[in-house]
Design a protein around this ligand. Structure first.
Ligand SMILES: *[C@@H]1O[C@H](CO)[C@@H](O)[C@H](O)[C@H]1NC(C)=O
Length: 291
């Protein structure tokens, strides 16, 4: 029996050796915490694509302002005093982008272009299986789709955009990868970015509040958000005359993996599409039924 003790020690040592070797594998994110986080869009030379965004380093947090969901009867409502999440996108550093980068992780039932529609269990069931009920509740409140079920938007954002981040690649999760943990990781990372960007409050602090009886000026909205964010975001408008405020996109570089939520704000690459005349914009109040 005593002979077993040195054997056990030997087994432990070889395990340790194996994990040291594994840690040095460049294609996993295991060693990222041990490295100086590199800034996306400023990387040169050979780097670990799991530790810094090497594909789409211009990370964009996008948010919606909408007045109703069209699914109020089904209980799909909007949060009070908050914009909602659209997504987190990995644009190329020049502002162009790629989409649907990994068709083995295509969960979007209504994809753009000629991407084949997904027909399997809806993406929310992945979260349920991983015990993420609280995450689903949060997303049902703050990641809300219009005229479609919320999970369709979640699946769309993951499949179209998350698959184009180098750091959410399945290989970055190493041998311990749990099915769909990259999906959870993308949603939680998007939420963490969103929570640092309280658009509703930043505007309200400058007395720019949703109101159906007044109008606003684009440069005032841009100034309010630029001051708080530290760079100029893109403000998007809808309607034929582009007079209804409906989106904001915050651009950043990230330090290390996007999952670290450490970002450096950068100016939007494009001008707003909104009407620019003084007092041209509506920032509409929500339909009371939608709250
Ligand atoms: C404000 O206007 C929008 C349409 O622009 C409408 O959907 C909403 O119900 C209105 N809200 C209130 C409180 O009247």
């Amino acid at each position: 029996m005593r002979d077993l003790v040195p054997l056990a020690v030997a087994a432990l040592c070889s395990l340790t050796t194996a994990s040291v070797l594994h840690v040095s594998t460049p294609a996993s994110s295991d060693t990222c915490a041990l490295q100086e986080p590199l800034r996306s869009c400023a990387v040169t030379g050979e780097v670990n694509s799991c530790c810094v965004e090497t594909k789409g380093g211009l990370v964009v947090n996008t948010q919606y302002w909408q007045t109703e969901t069209g699914r109020e009867d089904a209980g799909q409502k909007l949060p009070a005093d908050s914009w909602t999440i659209h997504g987190l996108w990995p644009d190329f550093c020049d502002g162009t982008w790629d989409q649907y980068c990994d068709l083995s992780r295509q969960y979007d039932p209504r994809p753009n272009g000629d991407v084949p529609p997904y027909k399997g269990p809806q993406i929310g069931t992945f979260l349920e299986k991983l015990g993420k009920q609280d995450l689903i509740e949060y997303m049902d409140k703050y990641w809300v789709s219009s005229y479609d079920e919320n999970w369709v938007l979640w699946a769309h954002e993951f499949s179209k955009h998350a698959t184009c981040f180098s750091t959410f690649d399945v290989k970055c999760y190493g041998s311990q990868y749990k099915m769909h943990e990259d999906v959870v990781d993308y949603f939680e990372t998007s939420i963490a970015f969103f929570q640092k960007l309280p658009t509703w409050q930043w505007l309200a602090d400058k007395s720019i509040r949703p109101c159906n009886t007044t109008t606003y000026t684009l440069s005032d909205l841009e100034a309010a958000l630029t001051e708080r964010y530290g760079a100029r975001p893109y403000i998007g408008c809808s309607g034929d005359d582009k007079t209804v405020v409906s989106e904001v996109w915050y651009f950043s570089n990230v330090l290390g993996r996007s999952q670290r939520i450490e970002s450096v704000p950068v100016d939007a690459k494009t001008e707003s599409n909104c009407a620019k005349a003084p007092g041209a914009l509506q920032y509409p109040e929500r339909n009371p039924r939608s709250l």
